[in-house]
Each structure stands twice: as structure tokens, then as C-alpha cells.
Design a protein around this ligand. Sequence first.
Ligand code: BES
Ligand code: MN
Ligand code: ZN
Length: 494
Amino acid sequence: MTLQFSLSQQSPETNTAPCIVVGVFEERMLSSAAARIDEKSGGAIKRLIETGDISGKPGTTHLLFALPNVAAPRVLVVGLGEQKKFDAARFQRACTEMARALKGLPLESATTYLTEVDVPGRDGAWKVRSAALSADAQAYKYTATFKPREKSKSPEFAALAFAAAETANGALSQAAAIADGVRFARELGNLPPNICNPAYIAEQAQKIAKDHPGVSCEILEEADMRKLGMGALLGVSQGSAFPPQLIVLQWRGAGENDKPYAFVGKGITFDTGGISIKPSAGMEEMKFDMCGGAGMLGAFLAAVKLQLKLNLVCVVPAVENMPGGKAQRPSDVVTTMSGQTVEVLNTDAEGRLILCDALTFVQKYNPQVIIDAATLTGACVVALGKHATGLMSKDDALANELLAAGENSLDRAWRLPLWDDYQSQLDTGYADIANIGGKYAGAITAGCFLARFTEGYRWAHLDIAGTAWEEGRKGSATGRPVPMLVQYLLDRAG
Ligand code: BES
Ligand code: MN
Ligand code: ZN
């Protein structure tokens, strides 16, 4: 369950919420809500600043109890850093730290006044939406595969109110829809691959259709894909005991003649590498190799919840990449649905093989734009690290729209070139295209491979290999690029 969000127009000192949240900058600069609480309580906050207990440094929080003349029993003071450096990213960080502190307290609800602090270039609606999403991201907890615990008796953080004018009301429903989409994507990503196999993802997509009028879902089975000539997709899946599934979701929020936006997401439920098998260290993280598919389904779900006035088609090839007696071999040549042949020189470059057939397939819906998301290359992580999604497109307008949506939602991408100069790295003597491009520019040559299957379309590729999950034993799927894509659609739907 996502957090419940609401707006509050109460003044901080009379608010009877179990906890109110106020911000303090470094160098003794109080936000206006903090200043009012300080004044009413006879200088309770300033005294703690004098003693050095409250520094205002970013990432810090302090909980104060029972301040005189303040109705709320708790005041959480969040450090905002230097006032002149305060920006959207610092705001998001403050909201994240706020939620981290709140979820550890024995309370169900709180009101935050952080949304009253000025953020350069952002309006009230943005602050509410962004605060809500940061808080919900903190509140999410993965529990699916633990022994069920008795429900704890202490109250759990479940509702957050934002100090903001009524005009920010629309931001609440936007935030709730995006939070649902992000949670959906994170949960699918986090589930283990023995549970989250291709059929499981297909079931989740069917559930979206069942639960939402206006959504239709079609699942193509192996035989259907064979008929369509999806030799590249089937080549990847042939080593797995799980049959492949091609998921197609459609949302009709606009007229029949409106060309749809098309989302395509890589849904490799586990990537062993196949016969070109991966080293064991870290291989468990390849359960996240379906995060492109999960992200596209999550963005689709949010678009439906927002009832966006546009048409949207979402295609997710869900496939497992395994070695075995039936697995494809390096040097196999497969024929794609487009008719182009591919020499599979490395069975670990499987994402592009399932995506190329999905990208050809989606063209039957006559889309106005095609966007794919994929945990496609380790090279993208080398180039951009864990912060920026790799964006590739030959369409400058589309690329700029996605970059802007990323900046707006703080789910940012950075563009890499897709120049034809790189295309010759995919040449081979045995097929139209090789599935690997050599040691240089691995993220770009993967993009160049996909470009061969999207000619004539406005198309962009998002490599989310670095951004889709956090590393480590306790690392979790992030839900990226759901915020960016929903923002992109919101900007288009008007
Ligand atoms: N799913 C991986 C990419 C990946 C690796 C994502 C590590 C996140 C972290 C993809 O299928 C893959 O194996 N790519 C290969 C391509 C290579 C064989 C050309 C890679 O990046 O090493
Ligand atoms: Mn791989
Ligand atoms: Zn992969």
C-alpha cells in the first residue's frame, strides 16, 4: 500500500498531527515554519542550534518532544544545508531523510512543512509531488519472501500531509499514481526469478487489464511468436524450461485515430549469460534484468491511473536466458521478425535479441513514438555510473523531451551519440548483423543494433543498467525509469 497523501493549510503551531516536520538551513537560518515554532516555544530550536545539537547540515534530522505552546507532540527538524545551495536535489534529499526518520517512529501520520520552503525553479505542485514520491520510496518495504510476521502492535507510518495551497491538489493524485507505478516496478524487480518468471509477469499484466476499464491485454505464446518469425527472441528463450511470453497491454485514452505511444521493455527474468555464461560473483543481480519490462508496465499502470488522454501500447518480451542442451550457441545465426539475420557471437548479449523482435512487432500498432527501456549493457554503467540512465536517439526533439522529463522528475538521463560511424562495429561475415560490437562503446553499439529495427520511427532507447537497482545484498529495485516516463507522458497529454 502506498502512503496516503493529503494537503494541509494549518499553521504549524496549532497543527495537532502526531508529528510536524520543519526545515532548518545551516548558519542558523530557519525556514518560516521552523521560525514560527521557535518563536511560539520560546526559542527551543535556536537554543539547540546554539549548543550545536542542530546543525542544519543536509541529511540530518532531530526529533523534539512536547515543545511549549506547540500543539503537535513531536517536531522533526530536518537539515536543509546552506540556503544558497538549496535546490531540487537537496529538497528531495531532505524529504527522503524526513521519511526515513518518520517511518522509525510509533505514529501513523505526520504533516510536513518542507513543501513551504522555496525551491528555485519549482512550483508548489512540484514540491508536493516530489515530496510524496520521496516519502513513498522510503515507505516501501519488500516482504514477499519472508516468513509472515505477526502484525506489529505499534502504529506504522501510513499517511503524510503537505503544507501547500489547495492549488497543489492535482499533484496529490499524480503522486499517488506515479507511486503506484514505481512500487509495481520495484516489487516485480525485487521478486526472485523462481517466482518472477515470464508467466508471472504475464499474469501481472493481465491483472492490470482486469482491474482497469479501458485496458486490454494480450499474451502471445511461443507458437504465436514462431508464426511471426521472432527467431531472435526464440533463440534466447530456447535454453530455458520456462516458455517465453510476449505481453501486449493497450490503453485507449484518446480517439481511435490517435496514434499510440509505444513502450517496449526488456523482460529477461534471469540472465545467466547463456552458453557465454557469466562469472558467479554478482550473478544474482541478474534477477533485475527484467527491470526495463517492469518499468514500462509500471509507467503504463501510472498512465492508466492518471486516465491520460492518449493512446499507449506497452510490449514486454518476458524470457529467461539459460545455458543447457537446448540453448543457442555462439555463432548461431537467427532470423529476426524483420527478416534481417543476426549472428549470435555472444549469448550474453541477449537483451537486444529479444528487443529487436519486440520493436518490429510493436510497429503494427502504427505508433507515433517508440521508447524502449532495458538493463542492456554493463558498458553503460561504466560510462555513466549509477546516477544517469543512458539515453540514445537519432531524434533530437524526442531526446530533449525525455531529458527534460528526467530533469523535472529528478529521474535523469544523459544522452550518448547514436551516429552511424559506430554501425560498422556490428559487421560480420556470416549474417546481416552481429549481436556484439567489440570492446569500445558497448552501450552505443547496443543502441546501434536496436536502431536497425526502428528505422522510419521516432524512437528512443533508455539503457537503465546502472539506474534500475541498487547494488548489494540489501540492494533494491529503484522503479526507474517510471518517474521520467510518466512525466514525459504528462507533458504530452496536456
Ligand atoms: N543484462 C546484461 C547487462 C548488465 C550487466 C546490466 C551488468 C547490469 C549490470 C546484458 O544482457 C549483458 O550481459 N550485456 C553484456 C553485453 C556484452 C556481451 C556485449 C555486457 O554488458 O557485458
Ligand atoms: Mn546478458
Ligand atoms: Zn541481460
